[in-house]
Ligand binder design. Structure first.
Ligand SMILES: C[S@@+](CC[C@H](N)C(=O)[O-])C[C@H]1O[C@@H](n2cnc3c(N)ncnc32)[C@H](O)[C@@H]1O
Length: 390
């Protein structure tokens, strides 16, 4: 059946993922044109990206203007067209008459590894196909915003992380927010937090990511600059000893910050009175390498794997107890399915000001009896000695 491509696009706009025009009639034309929806400061727009001579030219327009441009400059000038909307992709080919014929329609394939039932149950906060160009630079999305297979677990983790932060943001009712990300690494999470809050929701958010690796930090700053993310920056620092951001901080986040870097992040959050903390610890060697026999818990120390897991759980229990002692309400939750990361415990903490916990005293007693070190506990004990604070 013949159809007008402009009308097909108009009908698809409400749920458009992308439209692609290729094989131009005239060789002087753009070789390809991509159209995608995007949200800038809560304004729904469409990006027209034209490819010519190895370069891409982008233009962001509202729906009405898109349809005008499409009808005037694009419709009827490309032999092939693809419109992906509402989970379906439709292909069109140009006929001699200048009308298009729909040559196929198919469900959009899901990324490998994800069971279909999950798709039906789960609406991700960041949709696959969403125009997040920084994620293309970071290698999480392909150039047409599909998830890179090898990054699928990371994508799920980040989505869940942002979802939890968003719930907290909604409850806290802040107008602006400063977030620090400790051990940000390649900064998938940091970029997505910035995109979600600053670009998509239009929140006045400032985010700083810290990492030890100078080249990684430099690359992240370059990408932030490329997309005009002017309140997102990355700093090369060792969080265990360098001077960090000195103003008010609302939220501290960590995602798999190595070993004791998590403790320094939590200690910083306590010192700065950060209202919220979201911390997913990583490898936890400290207790495992220092714990020795001392009593009834020796049964956990006989087998290497049990000792390692017990040490990791003890580490997080102590961190939670110290945070509670310092006035935080703490939930320890599984933030993603084990299959997407074995390091899947999250400490989610919100400042209430209700200080004091029996847990911290128990932690100190255990550390003495079993001879282990735990950095957050040690840092808070040093602080107590220095200042006489509890
Ligand atoms: C496993 S990566 C996680 C990166 C990122 N958050 C993510 O989830 O993809 C841990 C990062 O923590 C950084 N790191 C470890 N110790 C640190 C320290 N003392 N100060 C700053 N960054 C640190 C490492 O350089 C590394 O990039």
């Amino acid at each position: 059946m013949d159809c007008s491509l402009t009308r097909e696009l108009e009908a698809a706009l409400g749920s458009l993922s992308k439209a692609v025009l290729s094989q131009p009639l005239d060789t002087g034309q753009d070789s390809r044109v991509d159209i995608r929806p995007l949200l800038i400061k809560n304004r729904p727009l469409f990006q027209i990206e034209r490819f010519r001579g190895g370069k891409a030219f982008r233009q962001n327009v509202e729906a009405e203007e898109l349809l005008q441009i499409f009808a005037a400059e694009l419709d009827g000038r490309y032999r092939q067209a693809l419109i992906v909307s509402g989970g379906e992709s439709a292909q069109y080919s140009l006929k001699r008459s200048g009308a298009y014929k729909r040559s196929g329609r198919a469900a959009v394939p899901r990324p490998a590894g994800e069971p279909l039932s999950h798709n039906r149950e789960k609406e991700y906060i960041l949709r696959e196909g969403e125009n997040i160009p920084a994620l293309v630079d970071l290698g999480v999305f392909t150039p047409d915003f599909r998830i890179v297979k090898a990054k699928y677990d990371k994508y799920k983790q980040i989505n869940r992380f942002v979802e939890l932060v968003d719930q907290e943001y909604a409850q806290a009712g802040r107008e602006k927010m400063t977030i620090l990300d400790f051990g940000c690494g390649k900064s998938y999470l940091t970029f997505v937090l910035y995109y979600y809050f600053a670009v998509k929701k239009g929140v006045d958010v400032q985010i700083i990511g810290y990492d030890l690796k100078a080249d990684v930090v430099e690359n992240c700053n370059r990408i932030a600059e490329k997309y005009g993310y002017d309140k997102l920056r990355f700093v090369c620092a060792d969080v265990s000893r360098d001077a960090l951001y000195g103003e008010k901080v609302d939220m501290v986040v960590t995602l798999h910050a190595c070993d004791t870097a998590t403790d320094y992040a939590l200690n910083y959050a306590i010192e700065k009175g950060a209202e919220s903390i979201f911390s997913v610890p990583c490898c936890q060697h400290e207790i495992n390498s220092s714990i020795r026999r001392g009593g009834e818990l020796d049964i956990f120390l006989r087998h290497g794997i049990v000792k390692e897991r017990m040490s990791a759980l003890l580490t997080d229990s102590i961190r939670a107890a110290v945070l509670e002692d310092m006035g935080y309400r703490v939930d320890v939750i599984e933030f993603t399915d084990f299959e997407h990361s074995p390091k899947n415990l999250m400490l989610r903490a919100r400042y209430t000001g209700k200080k004091g916990s029996a847990g911290r005293k128990q932690a100190t007693a255990l550390a003495e009896r079993y001879g282990f070190e735990q950095t957050l506990l040690k840092l808070r004990e040093e602080k107590t000695e220095e200042s006489g604070e509890n």
